[in-house]
Each structure stands twice: as structure tokens, then as C-alpha cells.
Design a protein around this ligand. Structure first.
Ligand code: NAD
Ligand code: UGA
Length: 466
């Protein structure tokens, strides 16, 4: 039986739901796409006529929203109605690490997935295709199917058929729109050919058929966790070598290039840094570790746990290096923090390496002046757990509107996020407003450190000596 999709509902208007549905709407003018969320403020922001107030920042997103919103792309809090109108329902809700109960600190918290599955079961009409877009532990599709069937059994008259598919999302923040328009692959896991064809036909509007991979449900769910684990593993690997470079006189830029030119290794994801951040790598590896232990594969669990341990170590060792170089005390020192987002081109700060580094420096009594082109002062205050006028012997912080403001009178500049504008810092100007002896700590290796040295600034460049 051919399943035709005319109306889509996406539960969850976050970093995945918003951009993914925008790209679907843009490429499928005949499909009405409704993105719903329980967070009223988020929906209000998605509907804001001023596009710079959209709840998330992604290059290219504003243009699509401008084209499609109100045409075939709609944002609302009316979850019930959107589900009942839909032929296909994407579950794109958050799946963070559990903070309490069994598996706390490792397993994914599936309460939002379960709640949305129950809503789907209650309000959906017949022949609905339910698509897992969230990243989920292997076998979650089974749980979702059970919830859908159970609720179905309670309905006296009208029965719905549910087809559960796994369609994990591989977009990276900051390049989400590009990743969605030109995906390396689209993965569809499922056991119902009609449902799989219906989802495939949506992607075929802009993705080549050879890029669409069809697998069983469990391979699809596991591939997503494994892909993130492999990517994170590369970052921990290069970061581990960065420390060895500092100890030996090798240069991580040169080593990274030499390794990456081997076709079998490849050059991507070999940039050293202050440790990976973002909402997913850590939680997905923790989940992998939890699943491995659950199946009694303890060696495997230990292996992947080490990727996380190394990441934490890299983050913490950098704080220590900064403090040590600034004569072991940050008392009455002003430090400019350039970048607070977990990576460039996003306003997302979840698990940003900047958070721990700033907290460590604050604890040493530093006064931080933080500049990030997209992260709000409110967000920084939420992440640091103290408001900006907080003053005590533990230090204080302010949010600045420009690089120059942040650098004014500072003893050190720390580049934490690789924003484009930090690549071309004017070291002559900055050296004139800093307090000497002045320091630069480039945790992304993006600025011209030779120029900084020329103007008398001491430099610590990640993964290099001197
Ligand atoms: P997010 O927190 O930005 O968005 C999730 C949204 O779901 C929130 O706005 C929340 O209010 C909403 N929500 C939760 N329960 C709901 C319910 N019952 N009804 C309606 N709305 C509900 O999360 P995200 O970053 O978009 O991630 C979503 C999923 O996608 C996660 O599983 C994540 O692992 C995965 N993922 C994320 C990325 C990324 O780059 N952020 C990339 C690939 C996959
Ligand atoms: C990552 C994956 O790249 C996506 O494929 C996946 O869909 C997504 O997680 C997810 O499941 O959430 P994202 O976290 O948005 O995407 O961004 P990345 O580009 O992967 O960067 C993650 C972190 O690693 C950032 O802190 C970044 O600065 C760091 N990184 C990345 C490095 O330190 N070095 C590198 O070479 C690459």
C-alpha cells in the first residue's frame, strides 16, 4: 500500500527539529510542515517577525524561514492538533543523560521521547509513520512501538496503524543547513517497506537516491551512536598528541597535516582544541558505554569511556597551564575570553569547553571579560551559575560587546572558540590596550601568534612549545 505524506508534524522545535523541518519545507512545497514544542518562548521566537530573534543561530536558516514560514512551514504549541493532522510524525525531542535513577550519569533520559510517543498514540489518526529523529539507544524503536500499540488497544472504535522508522540526524551545528541540503548520507532504518518508501520519497526531492541507505532499525539506531563516538574519538586522539607535542618540541599543526594526508586517515576532525563540547558527543558516548555494560561488554565500555576521560583531561590541563603561566595566581588579573559557544557559527553553549575553563579561572579569583558574537549575557550567566555583577574573592565576569572592550587592560587573552573574526586580530592595537607582561593563549591555533610575539606578547599555542 502506498503511503502518501501531505502533512508532517515534528515534535521538538530545537537545534534539530527547527532546521531539519525548514529544509524539508523548502524542498517539498506540496507538504505542510508543522513544528510543535511545549516551550512557548521558543515557539514565539520561531514566529518572531524579526529574523535575528530566531531561537537558534545557523548560517542560511533565516533565508529559509523567510521563504517558507506561513506558507508550508508553521511553528506552534498546539501539539495535539499537529499530531492529529499528520501523516508522518518526527520525534525530535531532547534525550539528555539521566541525572537520577537507574543509569544516572550514563543512560539517556527517555522521558521526553516516551511522553511524545504517548501523545502520538493518543491523537494520531490511522496509518501514521512515526520517525525517530532524536538520537536514541539501540532498541528504543521497540519501546515506542509498544507504547503506540498499548494506547491503540485502549481505543474502542478508531484504530491507528503505526509504522516506526529510525532516521537519525547527522547535521553539525554551525553548518546545519549545508549538512541538511548536502548530506553525506541519509539513513533510514525500518521493517515496513511502504513506510520506508514514504520517507525516502521526501528526501528524494533533493537528495540523490544512492545517498539514501536503508537498514534494519537497530543498525540505524546504533550507527548514529557509533558515528558520534568515532568523531569524538578522533578529537581525543589528536588532543592526546597535542600534549605530547608540547612536551617534545613537535608541532601539532605539522603532525596533524602529516597524519591527515594519509588517505586512509583523512584530514577532517583532526583539529586540536580545548576538548570537544556540544550537547551530543558526551551524552552519546556515555550512552554507548551504558549499553555496552548492559550487555556485559565491559572492555568495550572502558575503551569508549577513555575518549571522554581524555577530553575532560585536555580541558582541565589547559586551565592549569593558563594559571601556571600567569605566575600561579589570578588575583586581581583581568582575562579576556574570546568565544563562549562550543564551536563557531552557533549560539549553543551546551557542554562548551569555555564553561569549565571560565569556572576554573573564576575560582582562582580572575576577572573575566567575555566576548562572543552570538552568545547572550543571560546564557553566560546561566552556564557559569553566577550573575555578571557577581563579585567576590572567587572572581567576577562581565560580558563585552567587542574584542577591544574585552581586551582593555587585560593581562591575558584566551581564544576558546574559533570564530572567524578571531583569525585576524590586530595585535598591534591589542598590545596597546593590554597590561604587561601580557599573554595570549590560543586554544584553537587560529591567530597569527608570530604577530602577537612581535608586539611583546607572551604566547602559549596549543600543541607547540614556546
Ligand atoms: P533541543 O533541546 O534543542 O530541542 C528539543 C525540543 O524538544 C525542546 O525545545 C523541548 O521543549 C522539546 N520537547 C520536549 N518534549 C516535548 C514534547 N513532549 N512535546 C513537544 N516538545 C517537546 O535538542 P536538539 O539539540 O534539537 O536535539 C534533539 C535530538 O536530536 C537529541 O536526541 C539529540 O541527540 C539529537 N541530535 C542533535 C543534534 C544537534 O546538533 N543538536 C544533531 C543530531 C542529533
Ligand atoms: C556533532 C557531529 O559532528 C554531527 O555529525 C552530529 O549530528 C552531532 O554532533 C550530534 O549528534 O549532535 P556538533 O556537535 O554540532 O556535531 O559539532 P562538531 O563539528 O562535531 O563539533 C563538536 C565539538 O568538537 C566542538 O566543540 C568542536 O570545536 C570540536 N572539534 C571538532 C574539535 O575540537 N576538533 C575538530 O577537528 C572538530
Amino acid at each position: 500500500m502506498k503511503l502518501v505524506v501531505k502533512t508532517i508534524c515534528c515534535i521538538g522545535a530545537g537545534y534539530v527539529g527547527g532546521p531539519t523541518m525548514a529544509v524539508i519545507a523548502d524542498n517539498c512545497p506540496d507538504i505542510q510542515v508543522h513544528v510543535v514544542d511545549i516551550n512557548e518562548k521558543r515557539i514565539k521566537d520561531w514566529n518572531d517577525s524579526n529574523l535575528s530573534n530566531l531561537p537558534i543561530y545557523e548560517p542560511g536558516l533565516e533565508n529559509i524561514i523567510e521563504r517558507c514560514r506561513g506558507e508550508n512551514l508553521h511553528f506552534s504549541t498546539d501539539v495535539e492538533r499537529a499530531i492529529s493532522d499528520a501523516d508522518m510524525i518526527f520525534l525530535s525531542v531532547n534525550t539528555p543523560t539521566k541525572t537520577k535513577g537507574i543509569g544516572a550519569g550514563q543512560a539517556s533520559d527517555l522521558k521526553w521521547i516516551e511522553k511524545s510517543a504517548r501523545q502520538v498514540a493518543k491523537y494520531a489518526r490511522g496509518n501514521s509513520i512515526v520517525v525517530e529523529k532524536s538520537t536514541l539507544p539501540v532498541k528504543t524503536a521497540e519501546t515506542i512501538q509498544k507504547i503506540l500499540n498499548t494506547e491503540n488497544d485502549k481505543k474502542d472504535n478508531q484504530q491507528s496503524n503505526f509504522y516506526v522508522l529510525s532516521n537519525p540526524e547527522f547535521l553539525a551545528e554551525g553548518s546545519a543547513i549545508n549538512d541538511l541540503i548536502y548530506p553525506d548520507r541519509v539513513l533510514i532504518g525500518g521493517d515496513n517497506d511502504d513506510a520506508i518508501s514514504a520517507l525516502e520519497s521526501i528526501y528524494l526531492n533533493w537528495v540523490a537516491k544512492e545517498k539514501i541507505i536503508k537498514t534494519n532499525l537497530w543498525s540505524s539506531e546504533l550507527s548514529k551512536l557509533a558515528a558520534n563516538a568515532f568523531l569524538a574519538q578522533r578529537i581525543s586522539s589528536i588532543n592526546s598528541i597535542s600534549a605530547l607535542c608540547e612536551a617534545t618540541g613537535a608541532d601539532i599543526g605539522e603532525v596533524s597535516k602529516a597524519i591527515g594526508m594519509d588517505n586512509r586517515i583523512g584530514s577532517k576532525f583532526l583539529k586540536p582544541g580545548p576538548g570537544f563540547g556540544g550537547s551530543c558527543f558526551k551524552k552519546d558516548i556515555l550512552n554507548l558505554v551504558y549499553i555496552a555494560n548492559y550487555y556485559g561488554l565491559n572492555e568495550l565500555a572502558k575503551y569508549w569511556q577513555q575518549v571522554l576521560d581524555l577530553n575532560k583531561w585536555q580541558n582541565r590541563r589547559i586551565s592549569k597551564i593558563i594559571i601556571k603561566n600567569l605566575f600561579g595566581t589570578l588575583y586581581e588579573k583581568k582575562i579576556a575570553i574570546l568565544g563562549f559557544a562550543f564551536k563557531a557559527e552557533t549560539n549553543d553553549t551546551r557542554e562548551s569547553p569555555a564553561i569549565n575553563i571560565c569556572k576554573d579561572l573564576l575560582e582562582e579569583g580572575a576577572h573575566l571579560s567575555i566576548y562572543d558574537p552570538k552568545v547572550s549575557s543571560f546564557q553566560i550567566s546561566t552556564d557559569l551559575g553566577c550573575s555578571h555583577n557577581y563579585k567576590s574573592k572567587e572572581g567576577s565576569w562581565i560580558s563585552c560587546d567587542s574584542i577591544e572592550d574585552a581586551a582593555y587592560n587585560s593581562d591575558a587573552i584566551i581564544i576558546i572558540t574559533e570564530w572567524e573574526e578571531f583569525r585576524t586580530l590586530d595585535w598591534e592595537k591589542l598590545s596597546q590596550v593590554m597590561r604587561f607582561p601580557a599573554w595570549l593563549f590560543d586554544l584553537r591555533r587560529i591567530t597569527n601568534v608570530e604577530k602577537a610575539r612581535e608586539f611583546g606578547i607572551n604566547v602559549w599555542n596549543l600543541g607547540a612549545t614556546g
